[in-house]
Unconditional design. Structure first.
Length: 500
């Protein structure tokens, strides 16, 4: 998984001791020996040194509550795992009697006490209500007071009076605290090296929902509600950026990839927010020589051998560069470096080409010079002509040329996307048309209608599918696709203006 590689790479770079636990060894198809070899390959790939490659391994079944150093054992308790932690993971280091030095590595937020810094006391002691100096990332220094001090008991924060070197603490009462900053003794200001926070690679616009169905399902629908929620997210999500635009109903949100932003959108949807979001756009950079740089992602794909050719061809068209290829047990493992632009909208194509049998994981790798134009979605869409309820009669006539996204009984409005056209141009259809009732009968005219199952989008699939002139409408109970300009006549006018 990409998040596993990301966290492990950070730990290896910090020269942390790693203990590997192989879980689910109780499964009938468990292969612990092969997994250990794969973990070793992963360590080598991430640049582990010789000491880190000599990692201890514990085999466990969390469901059945046992662990062992022998992969063939199928009983016992978790004591071997606890013993391995005590034996291999070093105790916290640091001088408890030296001057205070605390590095903040995470943030939390509370509606009553504000932003909370989470970090580890590297040296000395810290007490509640004492004065300290916060060394900020821009080089400035700020005298602060530790109004509240917490430690962790399990997953709960418990207020305490004092903490010492090695303790993980939470500090409140410090305005503007951020990740990578150091809290020091006023008489001995000695900041630790700042933690580098990865910059955003993708941005999209969060827009107030203005569709005909706006306000019918969500509790929070106004620009003020959306603005407050986004800026509250920035309090703890330090790698996310929120910018206000020229219009009050649109906010530009930047994050580290589609997954980063889609998690925020999904959380807002479940909290009762209504909004529309635009197609993700890649954030370009300027290189030292003035050249344009774009984000690149490492893509690891595993597919059956029979589908590997089509996958390789598609990634090559999207400016991908193969770094490694391995075949084993009828499956091909591909390691590619692909521009983030090339992966927008590719997952659905990948699922179709591999008949759902392939797996693809991706993560940000680096910035490289701009790779040139990349082909995007070639199919047009079918757009609803009017507001109403979809009928089986209308959908039966439309589905000959369109892959439908709606079913009989679905409410639609003018400008809503109801399917994907088999051709490259957009097509306006009427999915609400009813069969005319007459007293005439003809053989076969009333046969049962057979509809092809409609395609339903997840949030990530919807964000990948849309084009620049389309939006994803996100509401608590549904995800809809729509055109930015709902009216057919207005879309034609805007298209002519754009062509001129």
């Amino acid at each position: 998984m990409p998040q596993t590689r990301f966290v492990l790479k950070k730990a290896l770079n910090l020269r942390k001791k790693v203990l590997v636990v192989i879980n689910k060894i109780d499964r009938p198809n468990a292969r612990p020996y092969e997994v250990v070899d794969e973990v070793l390959d992963l360590f080598i790939d991430l640049g582990a040194d010789e000491d880190q490659l000599e990692f201890p391994v514990v085999y466990a079944s969390a469901k059945d509550g046992y662990s062992s150093l022998d992969p063939d054992v199928r009983e016992g308790d978790m004591q071997p795992l606890f013993d391995a932690i005590l034996e291999n993971i070093p105790a916290p280091e640091g001088d408890p009697d030296g001057p205070l030095q605390c590095l903040f590595s995470s943030l939390d937020y509370d509606d009553y006490i504000g932003r909370i810094g989470v970090g580890r006391v590297e040296r000395g002691r810290i007490k509640r209500n004492e004065q300290a100096v916060l060394c900020k990332t821009d080089g400035s220094k700020q005298t602060v007071k530790v109004s509240r001090l917490y430690q962790f008991e399990g997953l709960k924060r418990v207020e305490c009076e004092e903490a010492q070197a090695g303790d993980i603490i939470c500090v409140s009462g410090i305005e503007g605290i951020n990740i990578g900053e150091t809290l020091c003794d006023p008489d001995n200001i000695d900041p630790l090296p700042f933690i580098k926070i990865d910059e955003p690679t993708i941005s999209m616009n969060f827009i107030v929902n203005d569709s005909p169905f706006a306000g019918k399902e969500g509790k929070f629908v106004t620009s003020r509600n959306i603005r407050d929620r986004l800026f509250k997210e920035v309090e703890t999500n330090v790698s996310m950026r929120v910018e206000e635009t020229e219009t009050t109903d649109t906010f530009k949100v930047s994050g580290r990839g589609e997954l980063h932003l889609s998690i925020l959108i999904e959380n807002m949807r479940r909290e009762g927010y209504e909004l529309a979001v635009s197609k993700p756009e890649v954030i370009m950079r300027r290189g030292p020589q003035g050249e344009t740089l774009e984000p690149m992602e490492q893509v690891i794909i595993s597919v059956p051998e029979e589908f590997s050719g089509s996958v390789i061809s598609a990634l090559n068209l999207r400016k991908g560069m193969m770094r490694e290829m391995d075949s084993q047990n009828g499956y091909v493992r591909l390691d590619y470096l692909v521009p983030t632009r090339g992966l927008l909208g590719y997952r659905y194509q990948f699922i179709n080409e591999t008949r759902g049998e392939g797996t693809m994981v991706r993560r940000f790798e680096c910035f490289e010079p701009f790779k040139g134009d990349i082909p995007q979605r070639t199919n047009g869409v079918a757009i609803a002509q009017e507001e109403g309820v979809c009928s089986g009669y209308a959908l039966n006539n439309i589905q000959e040329r369109v892959q439908m996204f709606v079913e009989p009984g679905t409410r639609v409005y003018e400008g809503m996307i109801v399917g994907m056209n088999s051709r490259s141009d957009d097509m306006v259809v009427n999915p609400c048309k009813e069969k005319k009732a007459t007293n005439m009968r003809a053989a076969g005219s009333d046969d049962a209608i057979k509809l092809t199952p409609a395609r339903h989008f997840t949030l990530e699939e919807a964000l990948e599918f849309i084009n620049d002139d389309e939006l994803v409408e996100v509401v608590p109970d549904d995800i809809r696709l729509r055109k930015k300009i709902l009216g057919e006549l207005e879309r034609k006018r805007s298209g002519r203006v754009y062509e001129k």
